[in-house]
Each structure stands twice: as C-alpha cells, then as structure tokens.
Write a protein that binds this ligand. Structure first.
Ligand code: BTN
Length: 242
C-alpha cells in the first residue's frame, strides 16, 4: 500500500485528487500532520490543527457506476467506528450520511469525492478527518460546543499512528468484503451503528427542509424519509437534525 505523508499540506483531498490524476493506484493513502485549507462537506472549511487531528484521504479505483459511491462513504463510517472501538473502547454513533458522533458531538467527518464519467468512476477519494488529541481550547470557538475528541473523552492522548493503522485495517477488511459480496452486510452494520434510522428527523437539503420518519437506507446508501403526509422522499445529500 502506497502512502504519501506531509507535515503540512493544504488538503489531503486536493493532493489525493492530484495523485489520482497522475495514476495513483487503489489504496494509496495521503496523510497529513496539518492541513492549512481542509475541506468539509457542502463547501465548508475543516479545521485540523497540527499534531492533534487525524487527516487522511484514501484513493480507490472501484469498478462501480457513480451512483454507488455513497455506499463507500457508509462503509468508511463503519470502518472508523470499529477502529475507534478497537483502539480506545469508545463506542460512537453514525449520523447519516457520514458524521461520527460521540455523545452527540462531532468526532469524525468523512468527505467522499470522485472523478467520474456518467457511467464510470475513475477514482473515489475518501477523506477522513478525526479529532484525536484536541483539547476543548484547541477547537475554534464556533464549533467548540459541537465537537469532541478522543483525548477529551479518554482524558489522555491517543497514539494517532495507531488510530490510522486501525482505520486502514478495518477499512481494508470491509472493502474486501464489499468487493466480494456487495453492500448487504455493510448496510446492516451501518444501520446498527446509526442514530438516524427509526426516528423522526429534519433533513435540510439544498432546496428544502423535510421533516419525517427515517425508514432506512437503500442499497445505494440513499436515505428514505417518510413525511407526515406519508410521502416517501429519497435524500441524496442533506444535513440531518435529530
Ligand atoms: C465533514 O464532516 O464536513 C467532512 C470533513 C472531512 C475532513 C477530511 S480531513 C482529511 C480530508 N482532507 C480534507 O480537506 N477534508 C477531508
């Protein structure tokens, strides 16, 4: 497995995209000690402080149609939850599609991007940003109340290298299973860790806010929401409030 490490880079997503264009192979991982322009979902910034965050991007080259890539986001969330449990004993939850929460606060964000034609994926870049050794003061005041870290929860620092290797290890196992057997097992693992299924939620999409009962996810990783009129909505991208 190829690995590119930076002490500082703008964003591992950006570097991974560039490496993918230059022909990087499946499983190539980009890791940074610090990002100066980390990207979050929906055009947001992602803060990652030197020495405290885990910032990594995995390059994949699956033979998949583009509409199946949300499955890989969900797979990654399952891998991260399992890795954190293995290393620290901490059990966190998944909020659709890809937030990992601990006691309701954000611990990990996942950003999946792809380079694709309408019918074929060239590469998928999965970015994982984890709050590992931040203390409360390290967080930007704007997110301080909303975020947490492994160190805050454990009250001691964690070994980031160990966390990274656990994530990659879990990811590899689940990805192999996915390539061999498809999404079914991953989907049920994901549903078991998920907070958002089987409850009423608000889904804030680019166009509207829909309130309804989250029935589950489809095999493509799309969220199924039934509104109060009994109409079913397929949610491809949204912020969820529980
Ligand atoms: C989110 O919750 O909005 C997703 C955050 C994803 C952050 C990670 S950190 C590693 C990779 N590089 C980036 O610039 N973003 C992702």
């Amino acid at each position: 497995q190829e690995l590119t490490y930076f002490d500082t880079t703008n964003s591992t997503q950006y570097t991974a995209h560039k490496l993918a264009q230059e022909g990087a192979t499946e499983g190539h991982v980009v890791i940074a000690n610090e990002q100066t322009a980390g990207k979050g979902r929906l055009g947001r910034d992602w803060y990652s402080r030197k020495g405290t965050s885990v910032s990594m991007s995995i390059i994949l080259r699956p033979d998949l149609p583009p509409q199946k890539t949300p499955q890989l986001t969900l797979l990654t969330a399952v891998a991260v939850v399992r890795a954190i449990k293995n290393i620290t004993g901490i059990q966190c939850d998944i909020k659709w599609p890809n937030d990992i929460l601990l006691k309701g606060r954000k611990l990990v964000g996942i950003l999946t991007e792809m380079q694709a034609d309408p019918d074929r994926v060239h590469s998928v870049i999965i970015g994982i940003g984890m709050n590992a050794n931040q203390r409360s003061d390290d967080f930007d005041p704007a997110v301080r109340e909303l975020a947490t870290s492994l160190a805050i929860e454990k009250d001691e620092s964690v070994d980031r290298a160990q966390v990274i290797s656990a994530v990659l290890n879990e990811f590899e196992q689940l990805y192999d299973l996915y390539l061999k057997e498809g999404f079914t097992t991953i989907r049920s693992l994901w549903e078991a860790y998920s907070l958002s299924i089987g409850t009423y939620i608000y889904a804030r999409t680019m166009r509207e806010v829909i309130y309804g009962y989250a029935k589950g996810i489809t095999n493509d990783g799309v969220l199924l929401l039934e509104d109060e009129q009994g109409q079913e909505h397929k949610i491809y991208s949204a912020d969820i409030e529980i």
